[in-house]
Unconditional design. Structure first.
Length: 172
């Protein structure tokens, strides 16, 4: 589906949902979807939940980059979800999941494409994901979609509660 100028010069309205020929609708992830999405994430291998996945944390995430995260819905039920955001430089996808019996029908690709389209519209040039090193099935999905493994990079992280700096270390 393409968006852009109509022949009469007016702008076409961007739809907030996309239908696939697998009978699934991909639409914006709203906080009202939280319970269904967390239930899906909890039963999905390869998705690790933590303190950033509480309802308030997800609500804050969705507010920070509104309309970048998506769910897939079939017959009114959530069958897939993905979080997407960016920091103005790189895009990030988290927790992509499709319910077991709905896999291999293009839903995962639809969710990722919705995110990448939004990121591109926002002027973001590269998107990263974090994937558990033992998630070989997930890795095949990403590679199939053209994603490259950056073998020269490792993720490093610090928990801010373990960081012993002080508020007055910030020059702002
Ligand atoms: C990874 C996941 C989201 C894929 O969802 P999906 O809806 O089954 O994927 P799609 O049907 O859109 O697949 C797109 C393509 O990838 C391929 N693919 C999907 N899963 C694959 C797998 N496990 N192995 C090999 N190829 C795979 C499909 O065959 C399809 O190929 P095509 O281009 O020839 O049509 C789903 O398997 C899942 O939820 N896995 C567990 C959670 C997970 O690992 N998430 C990623 C965390 S980083």
């Amino acid at each position: 589906m393409k968006f852009g100028k109509k022949r009469d010069g007016g702008m076409k309205k961007k739809p907030s949902r996309y239908s696939g020929d697998n009978g699934t609708i991909v639409r914006v992830f709203r906080i009202e979807d939280y319970d269904a999405v967390v239930a899906l994430w909890r039963r999905t291998e390869g998705v690790g939940l933590n303190e950033s996945d509480t309802r308030p944390a997800i609500a804050a995430y969705l507010r920070r980059t509104p309309r970048f995260s998506f769910v897939a819905e079939k017959n009114g039920r959530v069958v897939g979800a993905v979080l997407c955001g960016h920091d103005g430089r790189r895009g990030y996808l988290h927790h992509l999941a499709v319910a077991g019996r709905h896999r291999q029908r293009g839903i995962g690709r639809q969710l990722v494409n919705a995110c990448l389209a939004k990121l591109r519209l926002a002027g973001i040039q590269k998107c990263n994901i974090f994937i558990f090193a033992d998630n070989t099935a997930g890795m095949k999905f990403w590679k199939r979609a053209g994603w490259k493994l950056r073998t020269e990079l490792r993720v490093m992280q610090i928990r801010l509660e373990d960081w012993h700096g002080a508020g007055n270390d910030c020059p702002c």
